[in-house]
Design a protein around this ligand. Structure first.
Ligand code: DX5
Ligand code: ZN
Length: 214
């Protein structure tokens, strides 16, 4: 199980230290939530913030862009150091072209769907993507409750991956704690994004080890 701490819940006044700490405790990637105030009702930060983290950590940067017009900004996010660039299916007319563009830049391409988007819309894209991010909360804010409708989407992706030998990673984002992590893992999740449950706790080592040992 790969743990991907979401820096949205970290202390931004000491971001590099926060990232180094979770890296030392066994995190597998850093999840970076970019929000534009249009696609989601919240504004977080853009490429100018996370590019300074690039040489502070060896962890891959998993950049989740919750923005409109992702094709317009994709290159900027890649140049800032994204190792995975994950955009939203709902935000673009032509997801396949964007996947191909991201891959042409030697970056892993990912796609995400919101809770009310059926997973079946991804079917034609499964063979092309490197990672699929199932939102288990409405995107926009950390600290929300895990929505159970994510479970059957994860199961679908797990079954399709097995059936067709697809190579994508299955990632889940929102409301992850020890209890929901177990549910998500059983359903097929391979990467757990974790924000508030991790950064709100003093003993982050214990939290990461707990999630990894499920
Ligand atoms: C929500 C973000 C999540 C969020 C997860 O839009 O995509 O990555 O930070 O936070 P928690 O783990 O607190 O639900
Ligand atoms: Zn996210």
């Amino acid at each position: 199980m790969i743990i991907a701490p979401s820096i949205l819940s970290a202390d931004f006044s000491k971001l590099a230290e926060e990232v180094k700490e979770v890296e030392a405790h066994g995190a597998g990637m850093i999840h970076i939530d970019v929000m534009d105030g249009h696609f989601v009702p919240n504004i977080s930060f853009g490429a100018v913030v996370y590019r300074w983290l690039k040489d502070k950590t060896k962890l891959p940067m998993d950049v989740h862009i919750m923005i409109e017009n992702p094709e317009k900004y994709a290159l900027e996010f890649i140049k800032a150091g994204a190792d995975f660039l994950v955009f939203h299916y709902e935000a673009t007319q032509d997801p396949l072209s964007l996947i191909q563009f991201i891959k042409s830049q030697h970056v892993k391409a990912g796609i995400s769907i919101k809770p009310n988007t059926p997973v079946s819309v991804l079917e034609p894209l499964l063979r092309y993507v490197d990672i699929i991010l199932i939102m288990s909360v409405e995107p926009g804010f950390g600290g929300q409750q895990f929505m159970m409708q994510a479970v059957e989407k994860l199961q679908y992706l797990k079954n399709m991956k097995k059936k067709h030998s697809y190579e994508y990673l299955i990632e889940v984002d929102g409301g992850i704690n020890l209890e929901t992590a177990k549910i998500a893992k059983d359903a097929g999740a391979e990467v757990l994004v974790v924000g508030s449950y991790l950064f709100a706790h003093k003993n982050r080592k214990k939290i990461i080890e707990g999630l990894k040992s499920i």
